[in-house]
Every structure is written in C-alpha cells, then in structure tokens.
Ligand binder design. Structure first.
Ligand code: BMA
Length: 362
C-alpha cells in the first residue's frame, strides 16, 4: 500500500518512466527497472567496478570490499567485467575467474544490491584486444553477412549462457544492467566513432539485443547506452540505437583536468533530462578522479557537480590489486578516505543498506 501510494505520488509529480524494453523480461527485471525509476527521486547510488572480487592487495576473499572497509557499507551497485568470456576463457581480461564473478553476482543480488556488467570483448576480426583499432571493418564483419558473423554468434552464445546461469538457489534469474559497446563517442575501442558508421553501430546493438533476447531467450537484462564525453544532445544521441533497445542513458567521464567539474555537470544534466523525456533511467556509468593527490575529490568535485541531478548511480572504476595509487575507489588508509566517509554520509548518496531496504526486485 505504501509503495503504491509512493508510485502514485510520483505519477502525479509527472513521473513518466516507460516500461523496460523487453516485454518478456523476468518479474524481478521488470521490478528492478520500475523501482530504480522511483529510487532516482530519492538519491544517487554509489557504484564501484570489481568491488567484490578483489581490491588493493587482495583477491577473492568473499565478504571483503575496499569500499566497505573504508566507510562501513558496500556500494549500492557493483560493476563486473566479461572481457574474454566470449572466447571461452576461465579468466577475465582482468584475471578474475568467471566462476568467482558468477558467485559474487548471485551473492550481491541476494544482499539486495544492483549489478551492472561491462564487456571489453576482443577484436573479432584481427584477433587483437578491445583497444585494437587497426581496422575499420570490424563492426561490418560481425553483422549478418559479414565474414566474422558466425564467430560473433559463438561469442553471444557464451554471453547468453553466462547471463542465463546467473541464478539463485531457488532458480530466480539475477537481473543485470548490461552495458556493451561503451565509450563509442571516442575512438579507442574497435566499435568507436571513427571505426564504424553510425548505422553500423546501431545495427550492432540491434542485432546483439534481438539475438540475446529473441534467439537465446535471455530475459534478465536491462540495456545501458553509454557514451564517453559529448558536447551536445545531438552528439550524445548520434548513435543511439532506439527507444525499443535501450533502457538506460549513461555516459563515462574521467577527471583529466580542471574543466572536469563543469563538463561532468553538463553531461549529467543533459543525460538526466534526455532520459526523463524518454521515460528511461540515467547514470554516470564510469567515473574516476585523481583521488590519491586530490583528497577532497569525492565531495568537492564528484558530489559537488552531481548535486541535485536526478540519476540512478555514479560508478567509479576498479582498484587494481597491485597498485593502490591507481585505484579509482577508496581503500582503508587511502589519502581520500576521510573525504569518502563524508561522501558516504551525504544524504544524496545511497549505499547497500539503503538500497537493500528498497526491495528493488519486488
Ligand atoms: C580499463 C582498465 C583496464 C581493464 C579494463 C577492463 O579501464 O582498467 O586495466 O582491463 O578497463 O576492466
């Protein structure tokens, strides 16, 4: 009753989230989408890539988390990476066992947190990695009729098997925000702006989503469109695959200079507004700053420029276990830890305890 009342209030306030794109989505996936739309009005989830499989100085110690050890709670949303799953490897490109990724995802779902997955898949035409931009023919080669289409199908089959294997003990499939082909407004991945036409990029998305959903019957995914830095709305939407394909509008932006705050604020407001107009979710899908040196980055740069902007989450990138200075998240004893605790305590930010209390999957 209370939840119905809250939803009604948002409807009256002009809250217009449309249904998620997959009409056959599992009940938990539909619920997650609807509840994330409501949660955007209450606060900003904090997210961290690879928060649970490893952190600075440790690997696979279930229950550990650099964020939790810094502020006393886990992130509200955790990011995971599937690079190299496509070729059937046991280890991801960041040297995490996929068995550990699967277990970690199911465990975090059981705790009430949100899961997002990125995919730095290898270059299917050259055999190089995701950053191999030596050919402009890669996207064309994996579309129907292309010389690597059959190979690409085997990749999607492996991804589909993995998504379908994300199940709780009672067989419930775990909903995932899937964010492939990201940062395509830049040209450092084989799917980037200078590496394919807008039509090819959109066709890649459409093919991938329809294959996973209609051929492989994967119904536990929400799809996030995630650019890098952009200058205008038209720039942001140039390669947007369509309202029937995308559930979340997002962007990645790393702090590489003094203009960061202004650009972050502009991009966040633009994506939030576009998502609102389309009735979709919005997020800062990757961020990261020079936190080892600028120790007040959490409150004075990140939060200061996202204050009051309606977004589902902001996710900072990973903490490599070998190098504490290169971490995009905090760790216990990190120079920015005190400021991170302030960021955590701010009423706008949401961590796992608050997120789990929302029962997002019901
Ligand atoms: C990049 C870097 C790489 C990593 C990749 C995928 O931004 O962190 O070291 O392999 O993401 O997680």
């Amino acid at each position: 009753m209370k939840r119905q009342l809250t939803s009604l209030l948002f409807l009256m306030a002009g809250y217009t989230l449309t249904a998620q794109t997959d009409p056959g989505a599992t009940p938990e996936t539909k619920n997650l989408y609807r509840n994330l739309g409501i949660l955007e009005n209450k606060g900003l989830m904090f997210g961290h890539q690879d928060d649970l499989p490893y952190g600075y100085g440790w690997y696979h110690q279930p229950g550990r988390s650099d964020v939790m050890e810094t502020c006393g709670d886990y992130p509200g949303i955790c990011g995971w990476e599937l690079g190299h799953l496509e070729q059937g490897d046991a280890l991801s490109l960041d040297s995490v066992f996929f068995t550990h990724i699967r277990e970690g995802i199911v465990d975090f779902y059981n705790k009430g947190g949100v899961i997002t997955i990125s995919w730095h898949g290898r270059n299917p035409l050259t055999g190089g990695n995701a950053w191999d931009v030596s050919s402009k023919e890669v996207v064309a080669s994996i579309l129907p009729g292309g010389s690597k289409h059959a190979l690409y199908l085997t990749w999607l089959d492996r991804l589909a098997d993995f998504f379908l294997s994300l199940k709780t003990a009672n067989g419930t499939q775990v909903p995932v925000l899937f964010r492939p082909f990201h940062e395509h407004t830049g040209s450092w991945f084989w799917w980037g702006r200078n590496l394919c036409t807008a039509e090819q990029y959109k066709a890649l998305w459409r093919f991938t989503v329809t294959y996973l959903r209609d051929t492989k019957h994967v119904h536990n995914l929400l799809y996030a469109y995630s650019t890098d830095r952009f200058a205008t709305e038209a720039d942001y939407l140039e390669r947007y695959p369509g309202d029937d394909i995308i559930d979340m509008l997002a962007f990645d932006l790393y702090d590489r200079g003094p203009e960061y705050g202004t650009v972050l604020n502009f991009c966040a407001k633009t994506v939030s507004r576009l998502a609102e107009a389309k009735g979709k979710l919005a997020a800062v899908s990757e961020a990261g700053g020079p936190i080892y040196k600028q120790t007040d980055w959490w409150t004075n740069t990140l939060l200061a420029n996202l204050k009051g902007v309606k977004l589902s989450y902001v996710l900072v990138w990973r903490n490599p276990w070998q190098n504490g200075e290169a971490a995009f998240g905090p760790w216990k004893g990190h120079p920015s830890a005190a400021d991170f605790v302030k960021f955590y305590a701010d009423p706008q930010t949401l961590f796992l305890r608050e997120v789990a209390a929302e029962n997002l999957y019901r």
